[in-house]
Design a protein around this ligand. Structure first.
Ligand code: G6P
Length: 472
């Protein structure tokens, strides 16, 4: 088994299978996200990514992708149902997002969660060099740091939670709360998106496990576990370059024309998820159409909703409700050739996405709760001419940094309607000032800065960091 000095462990591998022109199946690095942040570093050091390739049954053996070894972890049909769809996405996901849908608790799901986390820990233990740095990602794998430390106490273990970490009142519901906290505390450094999450975690470590805890450090037997906020970001320069490309600019013009050359285009782009506040946004928009504050003749809404976790009941119900509401609104307010809402559920490539960002005068990102929301950041990065109004929920992690956005509380329907109108009617000077400040922030706080600050805190021997800075 090949050994690596840096191992990233995440539920999903950072690759997509695509069909080559000759019909062969190829694996390619997926665009965006964590993988682009870590790629320069991963390429420079013997590195492995441990993750699930999608699907069920035996794990496919994959070739290295851009020099990074792919170590696949198999999931059976039962694991998929009880770990991924069950404990991860029907227990932890709703619980961590303010319980906006009821979390479900089943003992069988917990057993699957333990079993799959154990498998990930074992796969990681096999590929890590002595003293290697291991970075475990997200809520699917919260037991891995603890399990891995038992197997390999020599490793430097980091854990990063991409989703919110809830306040004690909510977390206390979780039947196996102590085990879950202990699992995370197997790490040397636990990273969160926001300082509030680190605070919640420290309170729980003290309350549930009786450990000495501050918002920065927790004492666990003879170790100190550090905690802190490391807000994740995007590859700002890459999105800006893409959005500024002449073909993307031309495509944006064409899209605007195809939308009927309206005065204002509003874009929303979400994974189809009940945390994203899509229904609340549609309701607000429909009331604005009904009152005549917004007119189909001069304003269009483009709602992209990518289907997600489609076998989970709550997601199926959500999709039906959204599609019924979009149909109702278009039936009531649209005209022949002029729908009120352009509703799309198809995947887009990065260039088409950038063109959509370029065409949107207003980007409405109004989740009820969101760890960060990288779509909001991508929109800002794509507005290379400093135009465009970002309407952003106070409950998205991004709001802590992008506070020049038009901020709204998506639970407050009247406030949401006012927010949409303010963003639609904002003058160019106000819009420009806000956008410039936000773009500037994102150029300084991009995904490489994020990875560098987290890894330098984790790896106090400094060897990985030296490699990272030499790769920019
Ligand atoms: C969130 C999670 C990620 C997850 C993504 C897509 O952003 O934090 O870990 O990969 O949603 O969800 P999926 O269930 O398709 O992996």
């Amino acid at each position: 088994m090949r050994q690596s000095s840096l191992v990233v462990v995440a539920n999903r591998l950072p690759i997509d299978d695509s069909v080559a022109p000759d019909g062969a199946c190829e694996w390619r690095r997926s665009p965006g996200g964590l993988v682009s942040a870590l790629h320069p570093l991963l390429r420079q050091t013997p590195a492995t990514w441990v993750g699930w390739a999608g699907g069920t049954g035996p794990a496919p053996v994959l070739p290295d992708v851009d020099g990074v070894h792919m170590q696949t972890v198999p999931l059976s049909a039962d694991d998929l149902r009880d770990h991924y769809e069950g404990f991860a996405n029907a227990t932890l996901w709703p619980l961590y997002h303010d319980a906006v849908e009821q979390p479900e608790y089943h003992r069988r799901w917990w057993e699957a969660y333990q079993r799959v986390n154990q498998r990930f820990a074992e796969a990681t233990a096999e590929v890590a060099d002595p003293g290697a740095v291991v970075w475990v990602q997200d809520y699917h794998l919260q037991l891995v740091p603890g399990l891995l430390r038992e197997l390999r106490p020599d490793l430097r273990i980091g854990f990063f939670l991409h989703v919110p970490f809830p306040p004690p009142e909510l977390f206390m519901q979780l039947p196996r709360r102590a085990e879950l906290l202990r699992g995370m505390l197997g790490a040397d450094l636990i990273g969160f998106q926001r300082a509030q999450a680190a605070h919640n975690f420290a309170q729980l470590a003290s309350k549930v496990l009786g450990l000495p805890a501050t918002d920065r450090r927790i004492g666990v037997q003879d170790r100190v576990v550090r905690i802190g906020a490391y807000p994740v970001s995007i590859d700002t320069a890459e999105m800006a370059a893409l959005a500024g490309r002449p073909d993307v600019t031309a495509r944006a013009r064409r899209l605007r024309h195809d939308l009927g050359d309206p005065e204002r285009v509003i874009l929303s782009l979400d994974r189809m998820d009940y945390t994203k506040g899509i229904e609340q946004r549609l309701k607000a928009y429909s009331e604005l159409l009904a009152s005549g504050d917004v007119k189909v003749r001069d304003t269009v809404l483009v709602q992209v909703a990518m289907p997600s976790r489609e076998r989970v009941g709550q997601y199926q119900i959500l999709r039906e409700r959204i599609e019924r509401e979009v149909g109702r609104i278009n039936g009531e307010f649209g005209r022949v050739g002029e729908p009120a809402i352009h509703y799309l559920t198809q995947p887009f490539d990065r260039a088409e996405l950038a063109a959509l960002y370029r065409v949107a005068d207003v980007m409405a990102v109004t989740p009820l709760r969101d760890g960060m929301n990288l779509v909001a950041k991508e929109y800002v990065a794509a507005r290379v001419d400093d135009t465009g109004a970002l309407l952003l929920s106070e409950f998205a992690g991004a709001a802590a940094e992008l506070d020049q956005a038009y901020l709204v509380n998506p639970h407050d329907l009247e406030g949401l309607k006012q927010g949409i109108l303010s963003a639609l009617r904002a003058g160019p000077d106000d819009v420009g000032d806000r956008m410039r400040a936000m773009r500037d922030h994102l150029h300084r706080h991009d995904i490489r800065a994020w990875a560098r600050s987290y890894l330098s805190a984790l790896d106090d021997t400094g060897s990985l960091l030296t490699r990272l800075s030499s790769t920019g």
